[in-house]
Design a protein around this ligand. Structure first.
Ligand code: SF4
Ligand code: ZN
Length: 314
């Protein structure tokens, strides 16, 4: 039996939000997602008027949805699309990345948003395909190596685009998984860095995650409703077993106990808020190789590059 939308009471619902008991029509559903992202952004002062925003866009459903939502946010606030740029990182994974680069390019031109692409090869001198061959051991996991590179590459691409803010599409599920990973690894201090309120450091880029209060499931449904194209092919080097296990764990719980993810997220927020107060301020230590902020003498990016090139030449 079809239900009328709980919000507008006019149209037939297309979505049942189990944790709130609401039936939503297409219009009310997409609006609820866009409003939620806008509320998150304003609550944590993620994007201020006049700031230029770089959105990290990979070609997956989350990042293309974020770009769409940001563009809408800019339009609704009378802001020019010139202050919005999509930054895309080409890891150099043959077959996999080529498809998504095209999807992103087409989507950006449809939205009228500039797309800046930078590759691992041009930045670090090595592509993911090459790194996988020369990595010193299996212990250097593909995704952790790739993640280290990607964070730096997005920073560099955003800087070169003159951005003040970098927005990424991490959602509530990603945050819960990261929270658990830190907890299980004994890295409780790191939970302090997970708080959605961006840390602004002098001269540094502000990092924001407008989707942190939205579940992955609802973003997928949003992308479908908005007919946002996305790459469905999986990366051949995907190696995130704990993350995948945790994703399934939380999804299983949510199915049996709707709302449990929201509760867990609220708890994470409280823990993160406390841990944030104990964080040591980032020093002004710089990496002796690249000159960027670093906790040690050499930053993790430069260490990885060095380990790879050692193996390549040796
Ligand atoms: Fe990189 Fe892992 Fe993502 Fe592949 S799945 S692009 S290796 S982080
Ligand atoms: Zn460095």
């Amino acid at each position: 039996m079809s239900h009328a939308c709980t919000k507008c009471r006019r149209d037939n619902s297309v979505y049942f939000r189990a944790y709130s008991g609401e039936y939503l029509c297409k219009k009310c559903f997409v609006r609820s997602i866009e409003d939620k992202a806008a509320r998150t952004m304003s609550r944590y002062s993620m994007v201020k008027y006049g700031e230029r925003v770089a959105v990290g866009v990979s070609g997956g459903k989350d990042s293309l949805s974020l770009l769409y939502v940001m563009k809408k946010f800019f339009d609704d606030h009378g802001r020019s699309s010139d202050d919005l740029v999509a930054v895309t990182i080409d890891e150099g994974i043959r077959g996999y990345r080529d498809e998504s680069l095209e999807i992103v390019r087409d989507f950006c031109s449809k939205l009228g948003v500039q797309n800046k692409v930078m590759g691992y090869k041009e930045i670090f001198g090595i592509s993911m395909d090459e790194a996988m061959v020369v990595r010193p051991s299996e212990k250097m996991s593909s995704c952790s190596m790739c993640g280290t590179f990607r964070r730096r590459a997005i920073d560099l691409a955003a800087e070169s685009a003159g951005a003040d803010v970098v927005a990424t599409a991490h959602n509530m599920d990603d945050q819960l998984q990261t929270f658990m990973i830190n907890l299980l690894a004994g890295d409780v201090e790191r939970i302090g860095w997970m708080h959605p309120e961006p840390v602004e450091y002098a001269g540094g880029m502000k990092k924001v995650k407008p989707f942190v209060e939205i579940s992955e499931h609802e973003i997928v449904f949003y992308a479908l409703q908005r007919e946002i194209p996305f790459q469905s092919e999986e990366c051949p080097y995907m190696n995130e077993s704990i993350r995948t296990d945790l994703r399934e764990f939380f999804n299983g719980l949510e199915k049996e106990h709707p709302g449990i993810k929201n509760n867990a997220y609220a708890s994470m927020l409280k823990v993160s808020e406390r841990m944030k107060m104990t964080l040591e301020p980032r020093g002004d230590k710089k990496c002796s190789v690249c000159g960027r902020d670093s906790t040690g003498d050499v930053c993790s990016v430069c260490k990885t590059v060095a380990a790879l090139s050692l193996n390549r030449s040796g």
